[in-house]
Design a protein around this ligand. Structure first.
Ligand code: NG1
Length: 502
C-alpha cells in the first residue's frame, strides 16, 4: 500500500470549537510540519500495514509543563502551565461497528481493543487501555446525561499512536492520551464539541483511571497557544494567555525517577487531595462557628472575599486559627466535624477507584497542605503579573519558592527533584522547580536563551554524568532519548482530517 500525501480534503482544527472545514487547497503539510512531518509519515505507514482503510485523519495532543501552581487545581485554585511541542499523535479511521482498536507504533506496547457500550469495563490498573476507555466512557456518560447522542449511535475507530512525551514524567502524557482518544471518537463520528467543555469533561473522565486530578492537564492540552503560557482558573474554566517574554526559554529535565500514577505515587497523590478536602471541611466549620451561618465552601479555591462576602482581614482572622500545625488523627477530625470516624472515612477517604486511602500512621498533615495551596495560589497570581510586566527575575524567584513549598509543605518532591533543581539554579536558571504531580518525573527551569546551551551542558555533567552515576545508577536505565530539552509553548490539541492511503 502506498501512502498518498496529497490529503488536502478537510482540515479539522480545534479552535475554538472542533469543526470540519472544507480545506480547499489548504496544504496539510503546513500543519503536519508543526508536529514533525516524519513522525506522521511513519505512523501512516504503520497504519497502512495494520488496517485496510483509506479514509483516515490525523490527531495531535500535546503534553504540558506546568510553570507554577502545583497541586492547586484539585482545590479549585489557579495554575499556570503551557502546552508544549511534545505530543502524542494518531492516525485514525472510523469503523462502522462499535469496536475501538488502538495500536502503539512501538510494537513492544502491543494493541488494545474494546467495545463502545454503556459501561465499559476497565482493564487492570496501569493498563494503557484504560486511557482511551476513560475518554470514551466520559463522552458516553455526557451524551447520556444530556440526551444529546445515544451510545448506540456512536461508532468505534482504528488508530495507531506514537508519543514523544516522557511517560510518568510530570508532562501529562496520560491526559494528552485521554484528550487524544476523545478527539478520535469525535473525529470518527463527525461530532463537534467546544474545547472548554471537552477539557472539563476529560478532567472528570480521567478519574476512570483512578486519579483525583484537577482540570489543569486537559485544559492546557486543549487550550494551548503558540508562544503563550496559560493562566487557568476553574469553576468556571477560564484561560488567560500570557506571552513568554522573548529572550527566555523553558527547559525540561527528567530526573529519570519514574512516578507512574498506578503505584505508590497514586496513593500519595490521592492522599494530598484527601488532606486538602478534610482541611477545607475543617475551615468551613471554623467560618461557620465564627459567623454562625453556612458558607459556600467546597474547596480551598472558594475562600475568596466575593464568595464569602467577607473582607480579606475577616478571612485571614478565621484562617489564622482554623487549623493547628500538629498532625491530625481521625478521631480529632471526626469530633470537629461531628461525624463518626467511619463517616469521615466514607465521606472523605474514598478514592475514585473505589478503594479507601490507607490511614497515614503519622496522621493527616492538614495545615501543611492548606499552607502550600494558599501560598501557591498567591504565587500564581504574582507570576502572571511578573511575566506580563516583563519581570522575569521575579518570576524565577517565585518558581524557586514554589519548589521549596512543594518540598517542605506539600511533600511531593523527592531527592532527585531537589538535587536537579538545585543543580539547575547553580547552572544559571532564573528559577527551577518540579513540575506536575511530583514524587519523580521532570523539572522545569527558566533560562536566558543565550545561556541555554551552556546550561544544558552543565546540568548534564552534574546530574546525569555525576550525581546519578554515583548515587542512583539504576535510574540511568530509564533514559530513552534526551532527558533534558527545551520546550516551546505550543498550540492545543486538534484533528487534521483528509488523509488518503492507497
Ligand atoms: P501530572 O503531572 O500530569 O501527573 C497531576 C494532575 C494534575 C495536577 C498535578 C499537580 C492528573 C491527571 N493530573 O499532573 O491535575 O493536580 O498533578 O499539580 O491527575
Amino acid at each position: 500500500m502506498r501512502i498518498n500525501m496529497l490529503f488536502s480534503v478537510f482540515i479539522f482544527l480545534l479552535n475554538p470549537t472542533i469543526y470540519i472545514q472544507s480545506g480547499g487547497n489548504m496544504n496539510i503539510d503546513m500543519v503536519i510540519s508543526k508536529t514533525n512531518d516524519q513522525r506522521v509519515k511513519n505512523l501512516a505507514i504503520k497504519f497502512s500495514k495494520i488496517f485496510d482503510e483509506t479514509e483516515v485523519f490525523v490527531a495531535r495532543s500535546p503534553g504540558r509543563t506546568n510553570l507554577i501552581g502545583e497541586h492547586t487545581d484539585y482545590n479549585g485554585c489557579p495554575v499556570f502551565p503551557m502546552a508544549v511541542d511534545r505530543d502524542i499523535l494518531a492516525v485514525c479511521s472510523p469503523r462502522d461497528d462499535k469496536k475501538v482498536v488502538i495500536y502503539d507504533y512501538n510494537d513492544a506496547y502491543g494493541y488494545k481493543e474494546f467495545f463502545i457500550q454503556k459501561e465499559i469495563p476497565s482493564s487492570a490498573t496501569g493498563d494503557w487501555g484504560n486511557y482511551p476507555k476513560a475518554a470514551v466512557q466520559g463522552l458516553i456518560n455526557y451524551y447520556a446525561q444530556t440526551g444529546k447522542i445515544k451510545f448506540d449511535n456512536l461508532n468505534g475507530f482504528n488508530a495507531v499512536i506514537t508519543s514523544n512525551i516522557p511517560a510518568a514524567g510530570g508532562m501529562s502524557s496520560s491526559s494528552a492520551f485521554v484528550v487524544l482518544s476523545a478527539l478520535l471518537l469525535l473525529g470518527a463520528n463527525n461530532i463537534n464539541e467546544d474545547k472548554k467543555l471537552l477539557a472539563s469533561l476529560m478532567a472528570k473522565s480521567e478519574t476512570y483511571v483512578g486519579t483525583q486530578g484537577g482540570g489543569m492537564d486537559q485544559a492546557a492540552c486543549l487550550m494551548g497557544l503558540n508562544n503563550h503560557a496559560l493562566k487557568i482558573d476553574f469553576n468556571p474554566l477560564r484561560v488567560r494567555e500570557v506571552i513568554i517574554p522573548s529572550g527566555y526559554c523553558i527547559v525540561v529535565a527528567d530526573t529519570l525517577k519514574k512516578a507512574p500514577k498506578t503505584e505508590s505515587a497514586l496513593q500519595n497523590y490521592n492522599r494530598r487531595s484527601i488532606e486538602c478536602k478534610i482541611a477545607t471541611a475543617l475551615i468551613k466549620k471554623a467560618f461557620e462557628k465564627e459567623y454562625e451561618r453556612i458558607f459556600p465552601i467546597t474547596a480551598l479555591g472558594d475562600i475568596t472575599c466575593e464568595r464569602l462576602g467577607l473582607s480579606e482581614a475577616e478571612i485571614d482572622k478565621v484562617l489564622d486559627s482554623a487549623l493547628h500545625k500538629n498532625f491530625y488523627y481521625l478521631d480529632e477530625i471526626a469530633s470537629i466535624l461531628k461525624l463518626s470516624p467511619d463517616a469521615v472515612i466514607q465521606k472523605y477517604c474514598k478514592m475514585k477507584d473505589g478503594q479507601y486511602l490507607d490511614m497515614p500512621p503519622e496522621g493527616f498533615k492538614l495545615y501543611q497542605r492548606f499552607y502550600h495551596v494558599m501560598t501557591e495560589w498567591k504565587r500564581v497570581e504574582k507570576s502572571v503579573l511578573a511575566l506580563e510586566s516583563g519581570n522575569v527575575k521575579k518570576f524565577g524567584q517565585l518558581m524557586n519558592d514554589s519548589h521549596f513549598s512543594c518540598r517542605d509543605n506539600h511533600e511531593v518532591s523527592c531527592k532527585e527533584l531537589d538535587v536537579l533543581t538545585e543543580i539547575a539554579r547553580n547552572a544559571g536558571a532564573l528559577g527551577s522547580r518540579m513540575t506536575g504531580a511530583g514524587f519523580g518525573g521532570c523539572t522545569v527551569s527558566l533560562i536566558k536563551i543565550d545561556k541555554v546551551m551552556t546550561f544544558i551542558e552543565k546540568v548534564k555533567a552534574k546530574y546525569y554524568d555525576s550525581y546519578l552515576v554515583n548515587n542512583a545508577p539504576e535510574l540511568l536505565k530509564n533514559a530513552s532519548g534526551d532527558p533534558i530539552f527545551m520546550v516551546y509553548p505550543a498550540d492545543g490539541a486538534g484533528i487534521i482530517k483528509g488523509f488518503e492511503l492507497e
